[in-house]
Design a protein around this ligand. Sequence first.
Ligand SMILES: [Zn+2]
Length: 233
Amino acid sequence: MIPPFQDHPLVEEFNELKKYFRQHETEASRRRIKQFRSFARVIAEAGLPVGFDVMGSVNFGLATENSDVDLVLYVVCEDGYEGECPSPHCRTQQYVENLLIHTWIRGISDSPYPVQVVDCINLNLLKRDLEKGDPESSCLLRFAFYRSVCRGVNARLLRPYHKALLENQELVEKMKPYLWTLFDELVKSSKHNYSLMKYQDRLSQLGIGIPQSILGRIRGHLDQSRRHHGDGI
Ligand SMILES: [Zn+2]
């Protein structure tokens, strides 16, 4: 599906870089995606629909055997709960996270890799905010951003929400100005720009040269972030 913020300069730049790195996708990246896909399938059969948006090295296709995985978790909270998860009212996130990290990953792999759930989106809350069409909804903004730059697993679960958002372009336009602030928060928490440099190193270790135009883009990307965020990264 079309990224909701596809023509935002930040998203354009990010996805250009991603496209380049993905041409050199590692076997470990493909394997991890497959593993998350089967996890989603297995627990959906147990009546718990989940989806993911993968960030970091798997999103860029450059995971190695030891890479950890950062992901956004999508759940449907229990009893129609419409708040942020986790909360005292709902343990769905914790439950899924435990199953994933402590049961699944350890069960399928001889060398378990670290998984971090960097954000969780309750699809009940997302549905409510989509219907309200609130451009200041944090849940909605995060969803639109993740759907713009990340790599979905079990994206079928997310499709109706994604579609509803695309059908409301007026809302998408109103949300755009909030994107820099969100990105700023994410950069601070996920060391996004540091990772870009790391991926660049990884490619050169593999003997893959990076064209000048891409190097220029990486620098541009870093400068762009700094300009918009003020402080150094
Ligand atoms: Zn919940």
